[in-house]
Design a protein around this ligand. Sequence first.
Ligand SMILES: C[S@@+](CC[C@H](N)C(=O)[O-])C[C@H]1O[C@@H](n2cnc3c(N)ncnc32)[C@H](O)[C@@H]1O
Length: 236
Amino acid sequence: MFAVKGAILAIQTFLKSEGRAKIMKNGWDNYWTKYPTIPRKDNRQKRLTRLFERYAKSGMVVCDAGCGSGLSGCAFLSMHCKVYCIDYSEEAIELAKKTTHNKAEYVVGNLLDNDFVLNFQNCFDLISTDGLLEHFNHFEQIQLINNLKGMLKSGGLMITVVPNLLSHWHPIRRAFLKIPGVREKAFTVKKLISLVKQSDMEIIETGGIHVVPFDRSPEMLARFIGSSVFVVSQRV
Ligand SMILES: C[S@@+](CC[C@H](N)C(=O)[O-])C[C@H]1O[C@@H](n2cnc3c(N)ncnc32)[C@H](O)[C@@H]1O
């Protein structure tokens, strides 16, 4: 009796999460259809590029995972890396092609799908995600990081960037920047570190990124009040 109830519950949970995943993919497709323009490189993006420059070297094979508009991919191309832009939204990939002037490799695929990520086992020197992890529940986040870890070469680097729960931007984003069908749960740097550590990645650097529209900003405070927090980790 208990076994039957358990099986029914598992099937219900599975169907629910499948349904939610479909709704979220539709949300992203609609978003990129509605905003198909190449985003401009703002001060946040410039700071993010400076973070990438500390780790990306010419000739590295880099994955912009959940590439969206392809801005991060574009930054890695400027560092003479070989770049793969991966996203499950065809519309995002079309925009990423424009942003990166067709100079990267483009792949439509679901990074939560174990069969899909098997195509890229031990492929990358560096994987970066900006704005991906916060859209999943805890179990999916762990699965996603494990999948990305499997795509890294031994010694490869992972840069994960997510919105900062403690930033004054957080309530503004929540109120005005909602994408229908796409949920978002911001992180503290501590929570992000703990998540990445669960996949046995070695933490190399942690911090935050300001969004303020000035060239200079109090970098020391970014991990507390920056619009995003990040963790750089290594597959050992
Ligand atoms: C916030 S956007 C990324 C923005 C991007 N960093 C940029 O600069 O434009 C998140 C992206 O992740 C993609 N995404 C979400 N879940 C995914 C999954 N399971 N597999 C692949 N891509 C996914 C979405 O389609 C979306 O384009």
